[in-house]
Ligand binder design. Structure first.
Ligand code: GTP
Ligand code: MG
Length: 575
């Protein structure tokens, strides 16, 4: 009886049966069909080729060759956009213009002025919220601008307010002001100076002849300023020349401006905020023509323009990048561990520097997946139901001299609350690997300490009014410069807790591989020695953190042994 033809899928799954099912096909032809099927299913060729798979995963047993969340195919990943600092231009909304209009009815041809005032501009607020982990969205936007107020209209209709803007940032963001441009504040300052000058002149006037006094008063009023006044639309230039303008109304600020943080802004948003905080109040709208009615001028032909909004360049920076940072040599299995602990889809590959930028994953402590429920209260008393992990690119020897992916990533390590040193048990002496990692980390710490001492003044925020002549020392340091001034220099990073003072533990990965027990045993003994004081702390610092340093053996690829990590991290976060 002839054999029923199996589907191509059956064919591929049972490739050993191929010669029996397709006796007429040559082996090469059968392989080519199988290859085409796998390619159509987007399984990369390296995996189709059995020899390539063997070499890539030579150390993994057959269980690991099955693609899964922890042993994904090369294209099964997503890159999380990430930025830990950015420069953002914040612009409060400008006010709408006042309106020049007159009542006109059937029997009132030339009625009184009835132009409405312009609406005030939108405010800019900031709010630190849980759940945000990165500043990349703001880094991309670069400008946050409140809406402009609408212009006033006839029949004394005031303009609508501009739309408010809310900047949401992760908890732990520091906001520092680099530059500010506030034309109205400058005008108020100018006005105050003028007032005091006028008082002084009034005192002098008592001695002056009367004629001179009148000349001065005339000079103060009646000046047409294009940036301040709006005139009746149909007015021709000759009429404009004949028009007498009243003195400009004094510069005004919205009442909300009193709630703005004091300049220069320095905010440490280290708690979840229930309500937003005002950063920049919208500018005031212009005044309609009824404001300029005087006993002499019944039909004023002018209104004022809305004020421009204030502009600020702010540097936003994450103080704490994540609760836990995974520090390890390249290929140690950090990304696999992140996948095992969270729903992250960090890229995994059996080569060094698979990870090129930090991945931040969130570990939900009770997501009904069998993980133990860990109930801990944070410092603010709120129950913590998650923590974040940063998988940073691998460190290599001399990373502190900016080798490999270098200093940028040591900076991320500096910004985590707890450190987990990820050591590959199958890649040589675990104790040596741990010492190497600590050497790099503590060399970096020493270097940072020196830098900070030398540049104390530079670290302080200096408020530069209006234009700054400073040029950045390194053009590559210019991150997302806002458009209102290209000469902005990013501020120095804020110093955090020294790395050696942070709580840490060791995660010994690839414990599923054979002959790793001995290596783990040596590592355990070494850490025991450090705990008891028999061995010096690997950082070589006297005041380094060493309270029951633990080593957790895990097989990240099988998700074995990783369950104890959340509890351990939560305990260390309390330290
Ligand atoms: N047998 C075994 N293999 C593992 C384990 N964890 C990771 N691997 C393998 O080790 C290789 C490297 O894993 P990654 O997670 O990409 O390593 P990484 O530390 O993130 O590497 P970089 O990003 O380059 O620094 C991959 O082939 C993983 O499948 C484990 O627990 N057991
Ligand atoms: Mg990685």
């Amino acid at each position: 009886m002839p054999l029923a033809r199996p589907s191509i899928r059956q064919f591929c799954l049972g490739s050993t049966l191929t010669p029996f099912l397709y006796p007429s096909l040559s082996e090469a032809c059968a392989l080519s069909i199988a290859r085409r099927f796998l390619v159509s299913r987007r399984v990369p060729l390296a995996r189709c080729n059995s020899t390539a798979t063997e070499s890539a995963n030579s150390h993994s047993d057959s269980l690991h060759t099955q693609p899964s969340h922890l042993n994904p195919t090369p294209d099964n990943y997503t890159i999380t956009p990430f930025a830990d600092r950015c420069i953002l231009t914040v612009e409060a909304g400008a006010g709408g213009h006042g309106c020049v209009s007159f009542l006109r009815e059937k029997y009132i041809e030339e009625g009184p002025a009835n132009g409405g005032d312009g609406g005030s501009g939108g405010n800019v607020y900031i709010q630190a919220v849980r759940g945000e982990t990165s500043l990349h969205k703001l880094a991309r936007r670069r400008l946050m601008k409140g809406g402009r107020g609408k212009n006033g209209q006839g029949k004394v209709k005031g303009g609508e307010r501009g739309a408010d803007v809310l900047i949401t940032v992760p908890v732990g963001t520091i906001v520092r002001e680099i530059q500010r441009f506030d034309p109205i504040a400058d005008e108020i300052e100018e006005q105050n100076r003028f007032e005091s000058e006028r008082e002084r002149r009034q005192r002098m006037r008592r001695r002056k002849p009367k004629a001179e006094e009148n000349v001065e008063e005339e000079a103060e009023s009646g000046v047409y300023r294009k940036d301040k006044w709006l005139v009746f639309p149909g007015m021709v230039p000759s009429e404009l020349n004949r028009l007498t303008f009243p003195p400009l109304p004094p510069p005004r600020k919205s009442h909300l401006a009193a709630l703005q943080p004091q300049a220069p802004i320095w905010l440490d948003l280290d708690k979840h905020m229930e309500t937003p905080m005002l950063l920049a109040a919208g500018a005031m709208g212009g005044l309609g023509n009824p404001h300029f009615v005087t006993p002499n001028i019944y039909r004023p032909m002018m209104a004022t323009r809305g004020d421009p909004g204030m502009k600020m360049a702010l540097q936003l920076e994450l103080k704490i990048l994540a609760d836990l940072a995974l520090v390890g040599l390249p290929n140690a299995g950090k990304s696999t561990l992140l996948r095992a602990l969270s729903n992250s889809r960090a890229r995994i590959g059996n080569w060094a520097f698979t990870t090129l930028q930090p991945n931040v994953g969130t570990v939900v402590l009770d997501d009904h997946k069998g993980r133990p429920k860990v109930i801990k209260r944070g410092r603010d008393g709120a129950i913590r139901d998650n923590f974040t992990i940063a998988d940073v690119p691998g460190l290599i020897e001399d990373a502190h001299l900016d080798k490999g992916l270098g200093l940028g990533f040591l900076r991320h390590v500096e910004r985590a609350a707890v450190l987990a040193f990820v050591i590959d048990l199958s890649a040589g002496d675990a104790v040596q690997a741990l010492k190497l990692l600590w050497r790099e980390v503590s060399e970096y710490e020493t270097m940072r300490g020196k830098e900070q001492n030398a540049e104390t003044e530079r670290r302080m925020v200096t408020y530069r009014a209006k234009r700054s002549s400073a040029t950045p020392s390194d053009p590559s340091d210019m991150i997302d410069a806002p458009d209102f001034d290209t000469s902005l220099e990013p501020l120095e990073f804020i110093p955090t807790t020294p790395i050696s003072a942070k709580p840490w533990f060791v995660i010994a990965t690839k414990a599923d591989l054979s002959e790793t027990q001995e290596n783990y045993h040596r590592l355990h003994q070494y850490l025991d020695g450090v705990n008891k004081g028999g061995e010096p702390h690997p950082s070589g610092r006297a005041n380094a953190w060493k309270q029951n340093i633990q080593a957790v053996p895990v097989s990240a690829i099988k998700a074995e042994g990783v369950d104890v990590i959340p509890q351990l991290v939560m305990d260390l976060l309390e330290e």
